[in-house]
Design a protein around this ligand. Sequence first.
Ligand code: PNS
Length: 163
Amino acid sequence: MTTVLYPGSFDPFHLGHLDVVEQAVALFGGVVVAVMHNPEKPSGLFSTGQRVDMAVEVLAHLPSVAVRPFPGLAVDAARDAGAECIVKGLRSASDFDVEQQMAHTNRAVSGVRTVYLPCAPSTGFISSRFIREVSQNGGDASSLVPPAVARVLAATFPPRRTS
Ligand code: PNS
C-alpha cells in the first residue's frame, strides 16, 4: 500500500475534500489527511482541534485514512507521515495556478512530488470560504458538506428563521 499526504486547512471539511480522499484511497491505498495552517487564511473559523474532529468523523468509514494536525511545512508533514507524495484536488484553472507554484516549490526545496486529482464535477464549485460565509450569515450550507459537518455548522451558527 502506498501512503500519500493530503494537506489542507479544511475549515471546514466539505464534499469536495471527501471526494479527493476517496479518489486517493482508490488509487494509492493509504491517505494521511494533514490539517494544516494556511498563512493566507490567518483568521480561521474552526480551531485545529475542531477541524481534525470533523474530518475524523467524516472519514471514519475509510480504515486506511488517518487524520492528523501538522504545524509547519507540508513537505515535513509528508516525510513524518511516510508519504510517497502529496495529493491535491483541482477544481479550476485558478486552482492549478496556485497549486503548480506550491508543487514546484515543494519539490525544489525537498524533492517531494505532488499529484493532482481532478475533483468530481458535482463538487467543482464548493469552497470552504463560501461555506463559512453562508453559515456565518445564517444561511444553510448543509448541501455542501457531509452530515457530520452540517451538524457542527448548525450548532455553531443557528439557521436564520424563515417565518
Ligand atoms: O486548504 P488550503 O487552505 O488551500 O490548504 C493550503 C495548505 C494548508 C495546503 C498550504 O497553505 C500549505 O501547504 N501550508 C503549509 C505550509 C507550507 O508548506 N508552505 C509552503 C508552501 S509552498
